[in-house]
Design a protein around this ligand. Structure first.
Ligand SMILES: NC(=O)c1ccc[n+]([C@@H]2O[C@H](COP(=O)([O-])OP(=O)(O)OC[C@H]3O[C@@H](n4cnc5c(N)ncnc54)[C@H](OP(=O)(O)O)[C@@H]3O)[C@@H](O)[C@H]2O)c1
Length: 294
């Protein structure tokens, strides 16, 4: 994801307006009743997906549920989570409110997920925010917010899930990083630093748990057709009065295919990594970016 200079002192990124919203009560829970889909490649597996209410996270929840997994959807808004949960194939899914940057809330959420569905087999660290600012206008609060949700959240959720996986001697962790974890972009330094951190964390965890039957990989989308991108374009239009299509084309200029990635394309890479067939793939950083990173 990149920031695109629009005028002096004004930048647009794919996620300029992603400011943290207060989480609802961490105790808020909803669960659909009944058995999971049988016969899918992930039947009987419990997959936790963070930031699952919308965008890429919702597509990942959909893809894993379609393979028979039971999903714990984590996010900040129970109503949005419930809407996504209601659309998932199968049943027995669980929705829990959590801020992934809050250690106590993450501990409580994983305890509730375990109590509701059982030990965690798959974790997809997808929750993220991207705020843009030139470095000299990046406040310490903004910096820490970007690290908290994009990097510390991955650490906290991974630590909370890993004991189930080491006990089972089987597990999958997929971290949704970004092309901003593979290369630098202007005007999103905090986000880019956090996503580079996610890639480093992924590589270290992959080595640490390689003998335990657990794979840890990063999927790195380029600009993807979600609220982040739409809000980025809208924000740039509001600031500059320029044409939305022109601004979108600037965002997508770095992608050789000159198009936005679709959430389903990211979800399908995650689905593959979560399957048994990807057992030898670990510590990788898979760019789903139309060739922006080669
Ligand atoms: N779209 C892109 O162009 C793009 C490109 C590269 C990488 N990515 C990465 O892909 C991931 C998903 O992004 P997206 O495009 O699907 O964005 P999105 O539509 O804005 O969705 C982000 C999700 O993360 C959740 N979230 C944000 N902060 C959270 C927190 N502190 N605790 C728990 N959940 C939180 C949001 O929950 P609420 O619904 O409660 O707000 C939302 O469900 C992010 O890690 C992002 O950095 C996106």
């Amino acid at each position: 994801m990149s920031g695109v200079a629009l005028e002096t002192g004004t930048v647009a990124s794919a996620a300029p307006g992603s400011v943290a919203q207060p989480a609802e009560s961490a105790a808020a829970v909803t669960q659909t009743q009944g058995p999971s889909l049988v016969g899918g490649r992930l039947a009987g597996r419990h997959a936790v997906v963070t930031g699952a209410a919308r965008g890429i996270g919702a597509a990942i929840a959909q893809a894993l549920a379609a393979e028979g997994a039971r999903i714990t959807l984590l996010g900040r808004k129970l109503d949005r989570l419930r809407e996504t949960e209601a659309m998932l194939p199968g049943s027995g899914h669980l929705a829990l409110v959590v801020d992934v940057g809050d250690e106590a809330a993450v501990t409580a959420a994983f305890a509730a997920a375990r109590a509701g569905i059982g030990p965690v087999d798959i974790l997809v660290n997808n929750a993220g925010q991207a705020a843009s600012a030139p470095l000299h206008k990046t406040s310490l609060d903004l910096w820490q917010q970007m690290l908290a949700v994009n990097l510390t959240g991955v650490f906290l959720c991974s630590r909370a899930a890993i004991t189930d996986m080491t006990a089972a001697r089987r597990g999958r962790i997929v971290n949704i990083a970004s092309t901003a974890g593979q290369k630098g972009y202007a005007y999103v330094a905090a986000y880019t630093a956090a996503k580079h951190g996610v890639v480093g964390l992924t590589r270290s965890m992959a080595l640490e748990y390689a003998r335990a039957g657990i794979t840890v990989n990063a999927v790195c989308p380029g600009y993807t057709d979600t609220d982040i991108l739409r809000e980025g374009v809208a924000n740039a239009v509001a600031k500059t009065g320029r044409d939305a299509d022109e601004i979108l084309a600037e965002f997508l200029a770095g992608n050789p295919q000159k198009r936005a990635i679709q959430p389903d394309e990211v979800a399908d890479a995650v689905r593959w990594l979560c399957g048994d067939a990807a057992a030898s793939v670990t510590g990788q950083c898979i760019s789903v970016s139309g060739g922006e990173v080669t």
